[in-house]
Every structure is written in C-alpha cells, then in structure tokens.
Design a protein around this ligand. Structure first.
Ligand SMILES: Nc1ncnc2c1ncn2[C@@H]1O[C@H](COP(=O)(O)OP(=O)(O)OP(=O)(O)O)[C@@H](O)[C@H]1O
Ligand SMILES: [Mg+2]
Length: 384
C-alpha cells in the first residue's frame, strides 16, 4: 500500500527498485561532502586565483576557507564546516601540500573524521578513498588484493590486481584517508612506512612497483583514548605531522556547532526546522560540558565525571533524537522532555557508578538552577 505524505511525491518503494546508483547522490542517506557542498566547492574554485599544488582542486587558502567559512568577492557565502582555531586548519592544509602525511589526533567526537572528509573533498574532490582501521584490517586493505577468478584463469597480472584505496590515491595523485590508524595491528600499520617514505608500493608478484604521483597524500585519524592499543611505531609517527583537534573552547562555540549540525541532519531527515537559539541545545551542551570538565560553569561546584565521553558528537545525537521525538510524538517543538532520555542514555553508561553521579548532579545543580524547573522535572521522570 502506498501512504502519501504531504510534500513527498511517492513513498512507494517498489518504484525505486533497480540499481541503487539510479537514486543519485540526492537520495543517499548520507551523501559525501563533495556532493553536499558541490556548489560551494565550485564557487571557491572559480574565485580562487592563488597557486594550486599539483592535482589540487583548490589552493591551500581556498581549502582553508572551505573548512572555516567566509564570503567570496561575488557574495557567495561559504558555510563553516569546522569551528575551531584557524591555525589548526592552516597547519593541516599546509601539511597536505608537503611530503609528510597528516595525523588528526583527539578525544572522541572532536571532528577528526569530519575534518578528514572535508579536507579530502576540497583538496582532491573525492573523499571516498577510505580505509577503515580495525583490529582485523589486513595488509590488502592498504596495499592491494586479487580478483581470484582472474588470478586462477590468467595468473597474476595488472588486470587481476585489485588496488586498495591507498594504491588508487597513489597512482591518481589523490588524498587517501585511513580512519582509526591506531586500531590497526602494528605489522599492518608498517605497510604505510614504505608508502609514505619511498612513495612507492612494491608488487613482488608482478616484479613491479606502483609509484605515487604528485598530489598523493594521506590523512589518518586516531583517537586519544585508543592510544596504547597499538601505539604508532616511531618510524611511522615520523612520517606524519600530528594535529591535535581540541574540544570546543567555549560553550558558545559548542552550541553553535551543535545547532548547525542538528539543522543539517534534521533537513536530511525531513524534521521540522529548529528555531534560532533553542534553549534545549544550550542545556544539553551545559550539562555535557559541566560533567565532562568536573565543575559547574561558574566554577563554584566540583562534580564527578561519568565514564562516558559526553562529546560534541553525542550532544548532536541527543538533540537530533529529541527533535525526532518532538516531530513524531509531540507538536514539533523541542522541549526538555524530548532530550531528557537522550541525556540520561549518554551520561549513564555504567548503570551503578554513573547513575549515582547523575543523580547527585540533578539534585545539587540542576534542581537549584534558575529557569531549569521543567528540565529538572523531565530528567527526574526518566531517571526514576
Ligand atoms: N569543532 C567542531 N566543528 C564542527 N563540527 C564539529 C566540531 N566538533 C565536533 N563536530 C561535529 O561532531 C560530529 C562528530 O565528529 P566526528 O565523527 O568527526 O568525530 P571524531 O573525532 O572522528 O570521533 P571518533 O573519535 O569517535 O571517531 C560531526 O558531525 C561534526 O560536525
Ligand atoms: Mg572518527
């Protein structure tokens, strides 16, 4: 049966059967940065008269502007993607124009993945040359694999070789991305040493090598908290310039980040528009920051920190979840009751210890705060 929702043409899924590519980028649940911001990228390319490194789509200056936002001479507004110190972005972009690779390091939810995707989109126009690092990442994911049907039928040849995203980036002069580098076993990580220092990838089966061409570079991300799981060897670390992404400096910055991202995600999920300066966002951010830092915003009361990370990324999920609740089961206006359950879920990870910390925070801080009565009540309801 077809249910018609106002404003959508058809929700009949049978009509969409067929190759998934036919759906196009606009239909993708999470389109790539280069597709979402294609207009901004082409406006920047048109306005950009500074020198571009080999195979770069934009000059380093334009890449930094794409990340930090700005207004072009013709009035085109470039939205900020990353909110944080300008210098960090400048160092990151400059690194990519040198022969050193870039390592983005930071605690969870500090936009490492996000910055890496946008950098690759702006520099190479393609953010999809990606290797996801896990404890099970094999060497083939960084070097190359084989198409076994071809290999058995015709023996090893270039045709039978299946290049990894890193190998494709090398031969095409593009930006490769490695997510969660420190989770990859040490011997597999070491594959990157030759690639990054010699800029070649030996293919002993064919007696050849693949050489990186100009424009190739690599962005890796790693989580501070994983450090020690597979500590980077010093040989590999020397091939990288490390840029540490900090937590948002002020509550205002964090509210700004959360509001922007929730508005974007909300649009793609067709949720109601969020009015400017919503009180609930400020509250979620305040609660997360205070618990994370172990002290209230006014510096007067010391708090215990729960075990969860309470990152900006989690604040974004809590608010988006609340907005969806308000849309589907409320009147579309985000209220305290819509975010309370999400906050509880983010704060109380360890059912025993975190719950005590949360209850203490509720009773000593939230309860006494001016204008937070409704929020206190909603939190009490879900906590009980
Ligand atoms: N300073 C910031 N500027 C803009 N967006 C931010 C910032 N900090 C966090 N975000 C947002 O947080 C979300 C999560 O970021 P991301 O997934 O990149 O974090 P991460 O550092 O890779 O985390 P993890 O260590 O868990 O992989 C993104 O949607 C991003 O927009
Ligand atoms: Mg990440």
């Amino acid at each position: 049966m077809t249910v018609t929702v106002p404003g959508t043409e058809s929700t009949d899924t049978s009509a969409a059967a067929g190759p998934t590519e036919a759906a196009g980028a606009a239909e993708a649940l999470r389109p790539h940065a280069e597709d979402v911001f294609a207009d901004e990228l082409s406006a920047l390319a048109a306005a950009d008269d500074r020198p571009r490194p080999a195979r770069w789509r934009l000059s380093p200056w334009a890449v930094a502007t794409y990340l930090l936002g700005g207004t072009l001479p013709d009035g085109t507004v470039i939205t900020p993607k990353y909110v944080g110190p300008r210098r960090i972005v400048e160092v990151a972009v400059t690194t990519l124009a040198t022969d050193r690779a870039l390592l983005l390091l930071g605690v969870p939810g500090t936009a490492k993945t996000w910055v890496s995707e946008h950098l690759a989109a702006a520099v190479s126009g393609d953010s999809t040359l990606l290797v996801q690092g896990t404890a099970g990442t094999p060497e083939e994911a960084i070097r190359y694999g084989w198409n076994y049907a071809q290999l058995l039928a015709h023996g090893p040849s270039r045709d039978a070789l299946v290049p990894s995203p890193v190998m494709r980036a090398m031969t095409d002069g593009m930006t490769a991305r490695v997510e969660e580098l420190t989770r990859i076993p040490a011997d597999v990580q070491d594959t990157l040493i030759t690639i990054l220092s010699e800029k070649t990838l030996p293919i002993p089966e064919l007696g050849e090598e693949a050489q990186a061409v100009r424009g190739f570079n690599l962005i890796a991300t790693a989580n501070d908290r994983d450090r020690g799981v597979n500590e980077l060897s010093s040989a590999l670390r020397r091939r990288f310039n490390t840029v540490v992404l900090p937590l948002p400096a002020t509550p205002e910055d964090e509210v700004d980040i959360v509001s922007r991202r929730v508005a974007q995600i909300g649009r793609s999920l067709e949720l109601p528009e969020l009015p400017e300066g919503v009180e609930e966002i400020r509250r979620v951010v305040t609660v997360f920051r205070e618990l994370r830092e172990g002290v209230t915003g006014d510096g007067r009361t010391k708090l215990k920190s729960p075990s969860g990370t309470l990152s900006t990324a989690e604040a974004i999920s809590v608010v988006t979840g609340g907005l969806a609740l308000a849309a589907h089961f409320g009147d579309g206006v985000l209220r305290a009751g819509d975010v309370a359950a999400g906050i509880l879920g983010a704060v109380v990870r360890d059912p025993a210890a975190d719950r005590v910390i949360w209850q203490e925070y509720l009773e000593t801080v939230v309860r006494e705060r001016d204008g937070w009565k409704d929020f206190y009540r909603s939190c009490r309801e879900v906590t009980a």
